[in-house]
Design a protein around this ligand. Structure first.
Ligand SMILES: *[C@@H]1O[C@H](CO)[C@@H](O)[C@H](O)[C@H]1NC(C)=O
Ligand SMILES: *[C@@H]1O[C@H](CO)[C@@H](O)[C@H](O)[C@H]1NC(C)=O
Length: 469
């Protein structure tokens, strides 16, 4: 009897302990790949043909916390080109010290050898810890397997082997990260050449009239196929896949996963978001993009131009409170649900309302909460509000303190269907459209945002761009 009780206490304590220890910085749905053990790290380091960056962190470390936003932004920008991973060293002390980690955060770049089978080069990242610097540094350290093709070398390129090939025509002298990523995706199965627009004979031979252009040479004397889709990695990869199956992205969990605790399962979901789903490998391989965090609106102006203009469409705003409240599990859960929902909508190619997180540091937060008389309610909860400035209404989510994915989804569905009661939006909150603003930021045209609310196009306006094709 006594032993039983004791045992229960011990088990409860152990569970509590592991729950505490596993509270990493990166949430489920983060674009950062989360590594939880040596096997996974080895797998990534030893088998990926893509360059990786790995952050070794401790969840309590202040510099790690302040890096998080930039690191996720970088991960988003580098998605499917560079592996962006993180390891919680509180959980894997030995692994971190075996990697020579002495302080947090430590960022290491893993660059695979261009010669198959050779060891990768692992170096500390010494640059600034900003999204822009990380993206620049990593894109410049991607291996380049793209063959420069000129009028003089087209013949040898075509004759080098009988396999499928592709030519990317561009006006640029440099090779863009997307092109390098594609060449690496198809390493050993399809050779990718880059031709500059000034190579007249080659340009004419394939009838290329505008740049950039992608032409697939399927091999076996089959006719060249000119690509006419978006110049985006995923779409281009799919197009080339008709001639050759790309290498599967490294799945760090593929071999014998460690015993499954609840935390492990969660991490696994997070980790697999950046790798392929095994069941899809029969058809054209598709890289599944995971849910990325919803954009955060940091300024009143930005919120005005996105959601409070007299032409603005419906926006869903999550008022997340101050920094401490934003870190609360309940808040993070809600943000996670919204990210998943945005992801689901994007995958279903469903036009959806844009979702934004609004922190207390944005003066719009107090302004709106007061105007909508929401401040009376408990401060330490997330306020979910749908707002339509054009039609002058707003709605507050009233489903309780800890909304689930399903309840949020049905709340938003109801709004979409125009069901339920709407509150009248104080007219003082609505801004008249300013011509000047629209001219400076054509990207932020509201109607367009509704269509573009998808995870590969954050509407934050702060997206870190890498060099174009
Ligand atoms: C993978 O790399 C680790 C070092 O990171 C090494 O100890 C291990 O033997 C390697 N495994 C294989 C299969 O090459
Ligand atoms: C890496 O490239 C080689 C060709 O050099 C290929 O056989 C292998 O499948 C690739 N591995 C991954 C994980 O993409």
């Amino acid at each position: 009897m006594l032993t039983k009780t004791l045992l229960a206490v011990v088990v409860a304590l152990a569970e509590m302990n592991s729950a505490l220890a596993s509270d990493g910085l990166y949430q489920k749905g983060s674009p950062v790949l989360q590594i939880t053990n040596k096997k996974q790290l080895d797998k990534l380091i030893n088998t990926s043909n893509h360059t990786s960056i790995v952050e070794f962190y401790a969840p309590w470390c202040g510099h790690c916390k302040s890096l998080k936003g930039d690191y996720e932004k970088a991960a988003h920008s580098l998605a499917s080109m560079v592996n962006v991973a993180a390891i919680n060293c509180d959980e894997t002390r030995e692994l971190c010290s075996s990697m020579g980690v002495k302080g947090f955060p430590t960022l290491k770049i893993v660059r695979p050898s261009k010669v198959p089978g050779r060891k990768p080069v692992i170096e500390d990242y010494q640059g600034q810890r900003t999204a822009g610097s990380i993206v620049d540094s990593l894109t410049s350290q991607m291996n380049n397997h793209v063959v420069k093709v000129t009028d003089a070398t087209l013949g040898p390129f075509l004759e080098a082997n009988n396999g499928p090939k592709a030519l990317l025509f561009t006006e640029k002298a440099t090779t863009a990260p997307i092109t390098k990523a594609l060449a690496t995706d198809f390493l050993g199965v399809l050779s990718l050449g880059q031709v500059r627009s000034k190579e007249k004979a080659t340009v004419d031979k394939y009838g290329v009239a505008k740049f950039p252009a992608l032409v697939l040479l399927p091999g076996d004397d089959k006719e060249p196929v000119v690509y006419d889709g978006k110049m985006k990695h995923k779409e281009m990869l799919q197009f080339l896949s008709q001639a050759a199956e790309p290498n599967k992205p490294v799945d760090i969990n593929a071999a014998a996963p460690p015993k499954k605790s609840k935390a492990d399962k969660e991490k696994k979901t997070a980790a697999t978001t950046t790798s392929s789903t095994p069941t899809e490998k029969q058809t054209a391989p598709v890289i599944i993009q995971g849910a990325v965090p919803i954009p955060t609106v940091h300024t009143l102006d930005k919120l005005r131009s996105s959601c409070l203009g007299d032409k603005s469409p419906t926006c869903v705003l999550a008022f997340v409170g101050d920094e401490a409240n934003e870190k609360q599990k309940a808040t993070q859960d809600v943000l996670g649900h919204l990210a998943e929902l945005a992801h689901k909508n994007a995958q279903a190619k469903r036009a959806a309302f844009p979702f934004y997180a609004v922190p207390a540091s944005n003066e719009a937060s107090t302004l709106l909460l007061e105007a909508l008389e929401l401040d009376a309610e408990s401060k330490d909860q997330v306020h979910l509000v749908a707002i339509n400035a054009r039609r002058g209404w707003w709605r507050h989510y009233k489903g309780g303190d800890s909304p689930s994915f399903a309840t949020i989804e049905s709340w938003i569905d109801a709004i979409r269907m125009g069901e339920g009661a709407k509150e009248k939006l104080p007219q003082s909150l609505v801004t008249k459209a300013e011509v000047k603003e629209a001219k400076e930021e054509p990207r932020e045209e509201p109607e367009k945002q509704v269509k573009e609310q998808s995870n590969d196009e954050p509407v934050d306006g702060e997206e870190i761009k890498h060099e174009e094709l």
